[in-house]
Design a protein around this ligand. Structure first.
Ligand SMILES: [Zn+2]
Length: 250
């Protein structure tokens, strides 16, 4: 008699969230539930595709543990001339973003029109990446980014080489590649951090960069669109976790 195979169960009833990711049942308060299902405001309707893309991204990242406790912020460029950035509003649960939990900002990170919620405190960092050509910018607060940004901060960055998964970063075609992820010190003074980030890129104009870390804080990455930026987060998170698990940290 052969060994009996385990019974296959139908889990399709669990895959009914907006992005088909299994989401554990957690009690949400009624305000959060209302904001998730409320109709999109007329002034945001033209950005509905970007809003849905960022909402799905938030839900995925929250499920992965990369955007917990209202942390993180995401944006997509919705206009170039003048620059207009759709950014997550401050203090929102990224796992359950509502269609109106977004702010349209100008190139200085200020609301582009009145009666919008407060934008994320770190909007200025999104603006910098957008001005360098990014079409979407994603910022996460994962455990491995937090730990490794502290561990490698004396070196000023993290070098990752010879992983197959590096090929998931735009422009890399072989595992025989080497990527440098700079680390900046954390601060609550975002304008001064923005100056340091801008200075770094001015001093390294020809060095490809897919993301950077802020010490004991999190990661910023970007892409030409939301899908590419999301892929970069997934790849960098994977690589950092590999590095973290194979590094003697103490
Ligand atoms: Zn942050």
């Amino acid at each position: 008699m052969g060994k009996r195979l385990p019974e296959i169960r139908d889990h399709s009833n669990l895959l009914n969230s907006p992005c088909d990711v299994f989401c554990p049942t957690i009690p949400l308060d009624s305000t959060e539930l209302m904001s998730q299902h409320e109709p999109i405001k007329p002034e945001l309707q033209e950005y509905e595709t970007a809003i849905e893309g960022l909402r799905q991204t938030g839900h995925q990242f929250w499920t992965r543990g990369w955007s917990l406790g209202t942390s993180s912020n995401y944006s997509a460029v919705v206009g170039r001339d003048p620059l207009r950035l759709l950014v997550t509003a401050s203090g929102k649960d990224k796992g359950h973003l509502g269609p109106n939990d977004f702010v349209v900002c100008d190139e200085l990170g200020k609301p582009a029109f009145e009666n919008q919620p407060k934008s994320s405190a770190e909007t200025l960092l999104h603006c910098l990446a957008a001005k360098r050509g990014a079409g979407a910018i994603l910022h996460t607060h994962s455990v491995w980014c937090t730990i490794l940004s502290e561990h490698f901060s004396p070196l000023g960055g993290i070098r990752i080489s010879d992983f197959e998964m590096l090929k998931g970063l735009e422009g890399i075609t072989t595992h025989e590649a080497s990527v440098w992820i700079p680390i900046f010190d954390n601060t609550q003074d975002i304008p001064s951090l923005a100056v340091r980030v801008e200075q770094y890129f001015a001093e390294h104009p020809n060095e490809p960069c897919w993301g950077y870390l802020i010490r004991r804080h999190g990661m910023y990455t970007w892409g030409k669109n939301i899908a590419e930026a999301r892929r970069h987060i997934e790849i960098l998170e994977f690589l950092l976790e590999c590095l973290g698990r194979s590094t003697k940290l103490v």
